[in-house]
Design a protein around this ligand. Sequence first.
Ligand code: FES
Length: 110
Amino acid sequence: MPTVSVLTKNDQEQIVSSGEYEVQKDQILFDQLDAQGVKLPHGCLAGSCGSCRMIVTEGSELLSPPGAIESDTIGNLKMSNAKKYPSDCDLRLSCRVKVIGDGKISILPG
Ligand code: FES
């Protein structure tokens, strides 16, 4: 079963793990983490506001490819915030992503 490690930054801006969760394949990542008590930032839950953005630091190949709505939103986020989200940053939207493969995924919300 795939696992998702949810990362956070501590006071020194170092990345630390705040928990690891088993998830089902072919289900929306946001919904699966929410059901396990992980409250990720969110807004529209439809792929357009970008509030649920997350940086995938590991296992991006285990995630569904972005559709048109997600690609547009990510493109806008990167364009308006290039310092925080450089072009090689694997930015995704948890309300659109599905896990499609077995293995470990690590995400940094925000
Ligand atoms: S909550 Fe709005 S894009 Fe995911």
